[in-house]
Design a protein around this ligand. Structure first.
Ligand code: MEV
Length: 321
């Protein structure tokens, strides 16, 4: 994986969205997670300006939590810039739009400051997202910086990097791409990641919390093994097992359950993805039935996408010279 080289303004960078296959929420508390970077991206262009601007407008810049956090942590010069953003990732959908924005801005700012090593970029993107959101794990920001499939808190080869969250550290490792396509579908129900994380944190503080967390960890550990082994049937079973746990901690939603029902005839397995309480589901189609699956989900009122892994992660967008 290459580091991000230094460039002079204007600098353009992009980062992919993400989809969590196993372990969301539990990862915040140290359990394993598996996520992949998806081929929907957010692109930013950072250029010199008279005052700080977002998409050409000076109003509202100070109200943008993620951009404010990026200025505070990644732009110490304070020089005024205009940050332009174009995104294909639906917002508040559980598909990593915030992580992609934080990683793309961190990439562009860091390049304009002389470049950055990728592990430091992963830490910076996490610090920006956590700075704005207040809670959460580095799962989203690490997978969108790394690209491909990555685990957190799972044993294996030497880690790509370790992220420091103050009271907790998360090791990030790569998993080989099994070569599958995934179908994600946005329910259209918006939700707040921070509120969902706080609610699950409260649930896991109950007397049966440690047992629940151990069950999340077990499903994710087996899920990581199944994906690494290219075992589609086992992966599908474990997606369902993970959904059962997510239901149990209260982050499913009637619309998500309706989409999971609609997917069933064409899917080997499916679950919600991301913080839940709305947002999206991810499904593994029966071989060759991706189109049927997409049709069923669209008929059920969702916005479906066929997604493939984005292998590159956050990167500069170089203009042809
Ligand atoms: C959100 O995409 C994933 C959560 O596990 C929160 C986090 O890890 O920061 C729910």
């Amino acid at each position: 994986m290459t580091d991000v080289p230094g460039r002079t303004l204007p600098v353009s960078a992009r980062a992919p969205g993400k989809c969590i296959l196993f372990g969301e929420h539990a990862v915040v508390h140290g359990a394993p997670e598996l996520a992949l970077a998806i081929d929907l991206t957010t692109q930013v262009v950072v250029q010199g300006s008279d005052v700080r601007r977002l998409n050409g407008h000076a109003e509202g810049v100070d109200d943008h939590g993620y951009l404010g956090a990026a200025f505070a942590r990644a732009w110490p010069t304070g020089a005024p810039v205009d940050v332009r953003v174009v995104s294909r990732i639906p917002r508040s959908a559980g598909l990593g739009s915030s992580a992609a924005f934080c990683a793309a801005v961190a990439t562009a700012f860091s390049s304009a400051r002389g470049g950055i090593a990728r592990p430091d970029l992963a830490q910076l993107a996490f610090d920006i997202e956590r700075g704005a959101q207040g809670v959460g794990s580095p799962g989203d920001t690490s997978v969108v910086v790394a690209g491909g499939y990555v685990t957190l808190n799972a044993p294996g080869d030497p880690p790509l990097w370790t992220i420091d969250g103050g009271d907790r550290r998360w090791e990030v490792r790569r998993v080989e791409d099994p070569g599958w396509v995934w179908v994600v579908a946005h329910s259209g129900v918006p939700r707040s990641t921070a509120d969902a994380v706080r609610a699950v944190t409260a649930r896991l503080a109950a007397p049966d919390g440690p047992d629940l967390l151990a069950r999340f960890a077990d499903v994710a550990t087996q899920g990581i093994r199944a994906v690494a082994a290219g075992d589609r049937a086992r992966t599908a079973e474990l997606l369902e097992a993970n959904q059962t746990l997510l239901r149990e901690v209260g982050v499913s939603h009637p619309r998500l359950e309706a989409l999971l029902d609609a997917a069933r005839p064409a899917a080997m397995g499916a679950k919600l993805t991301g913080a839940g309480r709305g947002g999206s589901i991810v499904a593994l189609a029966r071989p060759g039935q991706e189109t049927d699956l997409v049709r069923r989900l669209a008929r059920a009122g969702a916005l479906p996408f066929v997604v493939r892994p984005n292998p590159n992660g956050a990167e500069l967008v170089e203009s042809p010279s």
